[in-house]
Design a protein around this ligand. Structure first.
Ligand code: DWN
Length: 392
């Protein structure tokens, strides 16, 4: 049974950047639910994929050094450990992972045309399609069974998980490996990072829920790694149950026990989280208003999808945060979805005109602090809302 636990208000599409601010930009309810049977945490309003993932999707994985490094490291591990003849990536984005492989050994699946074009132009075989059984059948008829399927930050975006895993099962060889990675629900609850929820993130996975889900498809997790990317993610290594050669590591039980002990299987945990989120809103607004009273200027750093949730939930507009800055060409000179805050092109000295920088991309705090040493040296301060609103 699905139980409601948090209302994050009306939210625009998290990646819908507009050239001119529109007060009446379409917004949707963002309400969170916990299913006591499947243990899945999800949002209620499902927006058709075609509306969210189209030919103008602005997010590019390669924009961050942290992500490029993470994908490079994983590619080495895959090549050394699993030596796949063919790797298929579901949601290949701008090719941040596949560019580490030989062109003949990888296939990209990317529904956003503008992103698929990037990898196609570089000579990587890319299918500009949504992942479904039709595509799975088509690829199987061309390439046969696939021995390694990878998908990062994609499966949480697809409403029909049964179709996703049916289509994976169909093409994965009997000894094949599926690696998926997505933000960790445990880290989200611990860090009070309610901004992991926006209309694209239909689910936030726990190992408990993934394990349950896979059972239906005779798939099982044989290893789990905790990653620091995207505010704390889990990388699940999955195999078919018939493959007895790969042993299940202790990491799997360890993660599941950790989640059970934290209470991820109980509704009460999410109710407590909901209270913490409401407090976070009050505390953040208090900090921002105080800074404004002192006539200091704040810029937002990193126009993330996550920060759209924060700004719209807390009703923060350009009176409190004058502008945002971002490196993504598709976001620059546009407005933050739902808000009258303009995104400025990132330049080395952009922060000098401001007293404070609010971390929209808090998940890249380390990378950003390193880059902005001189801002900090000159007395500039960062503001974050993770895990609690504070000035750093
Ligand atoms: O699942 C998703 C994740 C993986 O990526 C998508 N649905 C959408 C997107 O979410 P996000 O926008 O919250 O992701 P990021 O990776 O936290 O976005 C970082 C943003 O910050 C980018 O727009 C780039 C920008 N940035 C910057 O301007 N300067 C980032 C860094 C590190 C910087 O130095």
């Amino acid at each position: 049974m699905k139980n409601f636990f948090l209302n994050l208000g009306k939210q625009p599409l998290a990646n819908k950047y507009l050239k001119t601010f529109k007060k009446n930009q379409i917004k949707y309810d963002l309400k969170l639910y916990f299913d006591t049977k499947s243990k899945l945490v999800s949002i209620s309003k499902r927006i058709p994929s075609k509306i969210m993932f189209n030919n103008k999707y602005p997010y590019r994985s390669s924009m961050s050094l942290t992500m490029r490094k993470s994908f490079k490291k994983l590619s080495k591990e895959i090549k050394n450990k699993y030596k796949p003849k063919m790797l298929l990536e579901i949601g290949s984005n701008d090719g941040a992972l596949i560019c580490n492989f030989k062109k003949k050994n990888v296939l990209g699946i990317e529904p956003c045309k503008n992103l698929a074009e990037i990898t196609k132009k570089k000579g990587f075989k890319t299918y500009n399609n949504y992942w479904d059984i039709r595509l799975s059948n088509k690829l199987k008829s061309i390439y046969g069974h696939i021995d390694l399927i990878y998908s990062s930050n994609t499966l949480t975006h697809i409403s029909n998980l049964n179709n996703v895993f049916k289509s994976i099962n169909n093409i994965l060889s009997s000894k094949g490996i599926l690696i998926i990675e997505d933000p960790s629900l445990l880290e989200c609850i611990k860090k009070n990072s309610y901004d992991q929820f926006y209309n694209e993130h239909i689910y936030l996975f726990s190992a408990i829920a993934v394990k349950k889900l896979l059972e239906k498809f005779k798939l099982e997790i044989f290893d789990i790694k905790n990653l620091s990317t995207h505010g704390g993610s889990l990388r699940y290594y999955i195999k078919k149950k018939i493959n007895k050669k790969l042993k299940i590591t202790k990491n799997v039980k360890k993660q599941i026990d950790k989640e059970i002990n934290y209470g991820l299987g109980k509704l009460n945990t999410y109710k407590k989280f909901s209270k913490n989120v409401k407090k976070s809103k009050i505390d953040l607004l208090r900090i921002l208003h105080k800074i404004k009273l002192n006539k200091k200027k704040i810029i937002g750093y990193g126009a993330t999808a996550k920060v759209v949730t924060v700004l719209n939930y807390c009703n923060i507009n350009s009176e409190l945060i004058s502008n945002f800055t971002d490196t993504t060409p598709e976001k620059i000179h546009n407005f933050i979805p739902g808000k009258n805050i303009k995104i400025l092109k990132y330049k080395k000295d952009i922060l000098n005109k401001y007293d404070f920088a609010f971390l929209g991309a808090w998940n890249f705090k380390k990378e950003i602090f390193k880059k902005e040493r001189s801002f900090l040296k000159n007395g500039g301060r960062f503001i974050t809302h993770i895990p609690k609103p504070k000035i750093i």
